[in-house]
Design a protein around this ligand. Structure first.
Ligand code: FAD
Length: 579
């Protein structure tokens, strides 16, 4: 994202219908995060939280979007809370690409976690350490601090928990491509952005040194971005703005040798966005001279060249000055180890149920990028659903009988409603149209076979939630609220009917509300995709982007810093010092 020329020129494209004010407010609600945790001591290495009480021990792992959102919303007076993370700050990741080119400074998007904890007023402990093992059998986690060692010289300690909230995020995914770790930059942490910024400047300074041929200069100024998702595209746009708005004036002799390439294995970039956005982005990049290579898979990277292949060209190697690898996320080793322990070794991501609980693991919850919700399928439970609806155990149902439990079914299996929407069915009875000619009559008896046939396709609508800050923050907020009403809901459960058991679930399952997404494309233009199939591309959306991202900062301090960075950049341009 960046601030370019035409500030007041507003381009609004491909609008199906104008946004309502409420929709704008909704996007302005893309969330933030929080964290907590707590510990106690049983063995020598176990840590006794000062002021430990007989409250339940709640340990939170991670200070990212999920953890911080949880921390900010949980009632810390009810639990002994302890937070463990190697990062003692919350990081506003959507602005990381802006930091790579100096549009925003690193400290402007980081909020110390202790500031957030202090605002809670209750005693919360924070340990700057990495959890390297989760031991669900003994209900403890093993941690290692990188900044200090204990008397045994190990810097290791253990923390017991009653409840564990795992919000460890993910690591960059290299798909085991040779040479990536050694030669490429990632864009995940604040340190990555600082390395990228230095590396960009080094490439320019190197290209200006005497004695280099034009070809060597050109190679030095070839910036390659692997991955055409939102992060890769935003970084490419940001870099292009940096070069054209600032560096072109400072390095006039080499400015025409700069090349930016985006390599994408799929057919298009930004495939998770509406087609109109994808097309606009590709055309804009073409106009800007950014080389988008689709259908290319990178197979290896060495210190000078990157090798890729495609069906059309076969294998080609091109020299580069800097490569940024942004091809998605993978699972952290500590989570992989935990998955083995809880019988999920065959999965790629840690699975939870719809209440964010890790199955067969008492008191452990997982949220954000490190986990995925495994939505229960209707067809797996079809006989049980039938039984619940068949209150008189007659072996047959009426549409009216189903309607009595419909709300519970739709809450437990959200795919039912999604399926009805996708098929443009107005009410539940319409589902039975094809299954039985006269099933629409409310009193008509349906047997299990008709029931199965009617619901046979609903599971096609089960969708995995995207790995975004929006999902992570909503999950943190949801889980905190569940923790806050744990006691009340034990006596008065508020969730849907248990389909395979009796009574009701304690809580409503987690429900994700998509508030829209942005793709900054450079030149003060952003693509926005809002709920209700509403798409806006251009300078107007850039202003929306500025206001949403300013409003979503976790503190007034960072809000002020970010806005003043934007103003500073507008007035003075970006800083090109190689610091
Ligand atoms: P994280 O935010 O990654 O937090 C993980 C936490 O766990 C960190 O505090 C980390 O230090 C800690 N941790 C790691 N290992 C350990 C350990 N062993 N022990 C203890 N703690 C540990 N999403 C959007 O919705 N919109 C955007 O515009 C957007 N832009 C993005 C741009 C970039 C460059 C990136 C990288 C991501 C972007 N995302 C965006 C995605 C978003 O940042 C993630 O989905 C989100 O951060 C996930 O939150 P999380 O809490 O699960 O993980």
């Amino acid at each position: 994202m960046r601030f370019a020329a035409a500030f007041f020129d507003v381009t609004l494209q491909a609008i199906r219908r104008p946004p309502k004010f409420s929709q704008l407010l909704v996007i302005c609600a893309i969330s933030g995060g929080g964290i907590i945790a707590y510990a106690d001591a049983k063995s020598d290495n176990n840590f006794d939280a000062p002021g430990a009480t007989n409250k339940k021990k709640l340990v939170v792992l991670g200070t990212g979007w999920a953890g911080t959102s949880f921390l900010r919303n949980v009632d810390t007076s009810q639990y002994d809370v302890q937070v463990v993370s190697p990062r003692n700050y919350f990081l506003f990741t959507p602005l990381l690409p802006s930091v790579t080119c100096g549009t925003v400074e690193p400290r402007s998007i980081a909020e110390p976690i202790r500031n957030i904890m202090r605002k809670k007023g209750e005693q919360i402990q924070f340990w700057e350490a990495e959890c390297h093992k989760i031991d669900p059998v003994n209900k403890k986690i093993l941690c290692r601090s990188n900044i200090c060692t204990n008397s045994e010289g190990k810097g290791e300690f253990a923390v017991d928990y009653d409840y564990l909230v795992v919000a460890l995020g993910a690591k960059p995914n290299t798909f085991n491509t040779p040479g990536v770790v050694e030669n490429c930059h990632f864009l995940k942490e604040i340190e990555d952005t600082q390395r990228i910024r230095r590396s960009v400047m080094n490439c320019f300074e190197r290209a200006c040194l005497p004695g280099l041929s034009d070809e060597e200069k050109r190679n030095n100024l070839h910036f390659v971005i692997v991955g055409g998702g939102p992060t890769g595209v935003e970084f490419a746009a940001e870099l292009h703005d940096f070069v054209s708005e600032d560096l072109a004036n400072l390095y006039p002799t080499v400015k025409d040798l700069v090349k930016i390439s985006v390599i994408e294995a799929g057919v298009h970039i930004l495939t998770m966005f509406d087609k109109r956005i994808t097309e606009f982005a590709e055309q804009k990049f073409q106009r800007d001279g950014i080389d988008v290579k689709t259908n290319f898979r990178v197979i290896k990277v060495n210190d000078k060249t990157i090798t890729m292949c495609s069906g059309l060209t076969g294998e080609i190697s091109v020299p580069y000055g800097m490569v940024v690898w942004s091809t998605g996320i993978g699972t952290r080793p500590v989570i992989l180890d935990f998955m083995k322990q809880v019988g999920q070794a065959d999965r790629r991501v840690l699975a939870t149920d719809e209440w964010l609980r890790v199955p067969n693991c008492d008191g452990v919850y997982a949220l954000g990028d490190c986990a995925t919700i495994s939505q229960r399928k209707v067809m797996e439970d079809i006989a049980a659903i039938f039984r619940v609806a068949d209150k008189d155990n007659s072996g047959t149902l009426t549409v009216k009988g189903i309607k009595d439990v419909l709300e519970d079914i739709c809450e437990r299996y959200p795919q039912v409603e999604l399926y009805m929407k996708s098929q443009q069915l107005e009410n539940f009875a319409d589902l039975f149209k094809d299954a039985s000619d006269d099933a629409l009559k409310e009193s008509k008896k349906l047997d299990i076979e008709v029931f199965k046939k009617a619901l046979a396709n609903v599971d096609s609508q089960v969708k995995m939630l995207p790995a975004t800050a929006q999902v992570a923050a909503q999950q943190g907020n949801y889980l905190a609220k569940c923790f806050n009403k744990m006691k009340i809901c034990e006596e008065h459960p508020e969730g849907p009917l248990r389909i395979r058991g009796s009574g009701r679930h304690r809580f409503h399952p987690f429900g994700y509300r998509h508030l829209g997404q942005f793709a900054p494309l450079g030149g003060e233009q952003t693509a926005a995709q809002l709920p209700g199939d509403w798409v806006s591309i251009g300078h107007s959306s850039q202003w929306l982007w500025y206001s949403v991202y300013a409003s979503k900062q976790v503190s007034w301090r960072t809000r002020f810093l970010v806005v003043s960075d934007w103003i500073r950049r507008f007035i003075y341009g970006r800083d090109s010092s190689c610091i």
